[in-house]
Design a protein around this ligand. Structure first.
Ligand code: ADP
Length: 731
């Protein structure tokens, strides 16, 4: 797998395509020959598809029958490092290589030639008539903040036909321009502007800089409370990487963060980095993909899939908020971006920085074991101090039915607002109420396609399933007993909490932050900016508010239900609750004023709540680590989930039972199989789901054993088998 290997015209080469065929296909090298790693277009049946020349062909058939590669695409060939990474990642996650290639080529139009093209932007004209379709076009152009679209992209994003857009072009509302494709990104200046580091920060930066300058692989945990300057510090590592002439990648957990973050990067390096996430136009994605390969983008800021970009020379990867669960891809190819980053970095001699205020137990344990370096920032930057944390014991509070804010919390909020400060109320439940119950017959409205309860979203007047996204209008009568007017909302959601706040604080300006309330990333960004500038008094939010935003006026955080999440069968429940609560409470008092975090709980003596309140993180990790070690579960043992799903419950249960019985290959490595059990959400989109859980010792060759085990069974076409190595969610 050398980068230099060249194949002359007519030589047989093995091509990997992203089609669901799990083997290499042999083709003849085209006129002019091709390199190993070249991206090519090949005929496949009647179609033309894109693939990568992986190496020499195998042959073993009549060479006259071999077809020729149609052409070599005008993009940088895939480097040996990326080929190697995809192979290792495929083996680790037990995914066909072709699917890994698909992850690495998720940029449309790679085969297009790099010439001029027409793009569309918002113009100055006014439309003669405003129709719904026209409004959508204008909104789409506005939402993306002046980015240009191609005709096809704009039509798709706005959900209109191209004639609507052409009509707007005639009136000058939208302008059509010629634009060269795929320009390099503006250069970043490592020393454009930097801050004076505190001695603490300077120590950490010195270590990071020398690690990056060494040009070798290594992983560090950068641990520090929110506001301690982790971002400031890792941007210094990025600066060093740029100086070395290598590329850097910063992974962030959520789109919501990137807008704020990009500004900060621009202020630090004098130009915008490349941006990679689902909110970026296809044109921009293709540009970034190509420029990554040509080394014409120095820094990429992106969501987890950015780790598959074809970087020419990746020298540093930062995984910010490394404990965040969104790094685990839970559909399609099941992979954990954090772990894959470490794998890729080890293959391309890059440094990894895993940054968090509350690291995952996996990372904490790797640092304890000395596999990762541990770098720590202990104090908040500047005058900001850690907030004071207190519990409100709900057993002593008098809260009326259907209300969730205790008198103590109410008074605390009122006091802060009276002083012109901001208060935040946190509840980790979207929608109005988690359950809708009929008071006539007791029926709870469930999803028609899975086992989850439907959640009322009152603003949209719909019921929504948070498991599979199914929605339906709020019924007038009970679907079971057909009595009208008896459906009642049970339990709190963020929308319902907003109602309560409006009633308690009629004068206050209230902002609600929940991922489903914003039509676009831009609208959300505007709301966040408004809050930061003091445009509201009380912020009500879900998980989304826990992540990174900087609200200088915020001095009080109230956690409405700190017990939520302590229950449940997930082995990570305690860890997650701990992380989330620490993060949320870390929001308070980020600038000068001392913050206060109040946790409403009925279990103030629960070990997790106690650890949160005392701020004694090390003893929390140690206790948690001891429990996991005793149970032989990750990170001290290995696990894999096997989820079988099928529309026919009997078929899937029979197969799963058979698999649990014939476990020879697993027993051979002393692994145990648990189950079959219905998966916690046992029906999703009409398919019944059954789960087997495999537990093994740390050092065993788990993937090989699973492969041999699964190969024993004839799996009917109607059954889907998903293998989840290192499962995170137990759904
Ligand atoms: P974290 O990533 O740990 O939450 P940040 O890097 O975002 O922390 O720092 C918190 C705030 O403090 C930011 O506004 C940042 O610009 C500021 N800050 C941190 N360190 C310094 C420094 N040495 N000089 C000036 N401002 C700093």
């Amino acid at each position: 797998m050398s980068d230099q290997q060249f194949f002359h015209e007519g030589a047989l080469v093995a091509v990997l395509t992203a089609q669901p065929i799990d083997r290499f296909l042999d083709y003849k090298a085209p006129c002019g020959g091709c390199m190993a790693g070249a991206f090519v277009e090949v005929p496949l049946g009647p179609r033309k598809v894109i693939g990568v020349v992986w190496g020499a062909g195998k042959g073993g058939f009549d060479l006259k029958k071999a077809r020729s590669i149609i052409r070599v695409l005008d993009v940088a060939p895939m480097r040996g490092e990326l080929q190697g990474f995809l192979k290792r990642a495929a083996a680790y996650t037990m995914t066909p290589l072709s699917l890994m290639l698909r992850l690495a080529t998720r940029a449309p139009g790679l085969g297009d030639s790099p010439m001029m093209r027409k793009v569309y932007r918002l113009g100055a004209g006014e439309p003669d008539r405003v129709t719904d379709a026209r409004r959508r076009v204008i909104k789409a152009l506005g939402d993306y903040g002046g980015l240009a679209f191609t005709l096809g992209e704009l039509a798709e994003v706005a959900g209109v036909t191209s004639s609507v857009i052409k009509g707007l072009v005639k009136q000058g509302v939208v302008v059509e321009e010629n634009s060269p494709r795929d320009l390099p990104y503006p250069p970043l200046e490592p020393d454009f502007s930097s801050v004076d580091l505190t001695p603490d920060q300077a120590d950490v930066v010195a270590v990071m800089r020398s690690d990056v300058a060494s040009g070798t692989y290594g992983t560090s945990l950068l641990k520090g409370v929110t506001g301690s300057g982790k971002t400031e510090v890792y941007l210094e590592a990025v600066a060093e990487c740029l100086k070395q002439g290598r590329q850097a990648l910063v992974l962030l957990p959520e789109i919501a963060l990137t807008a704020e973050f990009l500004k900060r990067v621009e202020a630090r390096f004098g130009a915008k980095p490349g941006e990679w996430h689902s909110g970026v136009t296809m044109t921009e994605r293709r540009r970034l993909w190509k420029m990554a390969g040509e080394g014409a983008v120095q820094l990429v800021v992106g969501a987890r899939s950015a780790l598959f970009l074809p970087f020419r020379d990746l020298g540093l990867v930062v995984v910010d908020e490394e404990h965040d669960t969104s790094y685990k891809q839970e559909e399609g190819v099941l992979y954990n971006a954090r772990d894959m980053v470490v794998l890729r970095a080890s293959l391309c001699s890059a440094q990894v920085v895993l940054a968090s205020a509350t690291p995952s137990l996996e990372t904490w344990a790797n640092a304890e074991a000395g596999k990762y370096k541990r770098l720590e920032l202990t104090a908040r930057y500047g005058a900001a101090v850690m907030p004071e944390l207190r519990a409100i014991d709900l057993r002593n509070e008098n809260i009326p039915m259907g209300r969730w804010i205790s008198p103590t919390l109410r008074d605390a909020v009122a006091a802060r607002v009276a002083q012109g400060e901001q208060a935040m109320l946190f509840i980790n439940r979207r929608g109005y109420a988690p359950t809708t119950v009929c008071r006539a017959c007791g029926h709870q409205i469930g999803c028609d396609h899975c086992d989850a309860r439907m959640v009322e979203h009152r603003l949209q007047k719909r019921l929504m399933c948070h498991q599979d996204g199914e929605t339906k209008p709020m019924p007038e009568v009970c679907p079971s007993c057909e009595v009208a007017g008896k459906l009642a909302a049970v339990g709190p959601g963020v929308e319902r909490l907003a109602e309560e706040v409006a009633a308690l604080f009629p004068e206050a300006r209230v902002a609600v932050l929940s991922s489903d309330l914003f039509g676009s990333a831009r609208a959300l960004k505007e709301q966040i900016e408004k809050i930061a500038a003091g445009g509201c008094d009380i912020i009500i939010g879900t998980q989304m508010v826990a992540k990174g935003h900087n609200f200088p006026l915020l001095t009080l955080v109230g956690v409405v239900d700190a017990d939520l999440g302590l229950q449940g069968s997930d082995m990570r429940a305690a860890e997650r609750t701990f992380q989330l609560m620490r993060q949320v409470s870390g929001r308070a008092g980020r600038v000068e004023k001392k913050g206060l975090a109040l946790l409403q709980t009925t279990q103030p003596d629960h070990p997790v709540i106690r650890a949160i309140l005392s701020g004694d993180e090390e003893s929390f990790w140690q206790a948690e680590a001891r429990e996991r070690e005793a149970a032989g579960v990750p990170p001290y043992g290995r696990m894999a989930g096997i989820i079988l799903s099928c529309e026919d419950a009997a078929v899937v249960f029979d197969l799963a039972a058979d698999m649990a019985r014939r476990d020879g290959p697993l027993r051979a490595i002393s692994a145990q199989v648990f189950g079959p059990a219905p998966a916690p959400i046992s029906r999703v989109r009409g398919r019944h789901r059954v789960r087997l859980l495999i537990k093994a010792d740390k050092g065993v060759a788990l993937q090989g054993a699973i492969k041999a085990w699964v190969a024993q069974f004839r799996v009917p076409n109607s059954v889907r088998v998903a293998i989840d190595i290192d499962p995170q969610s137990f759904l």
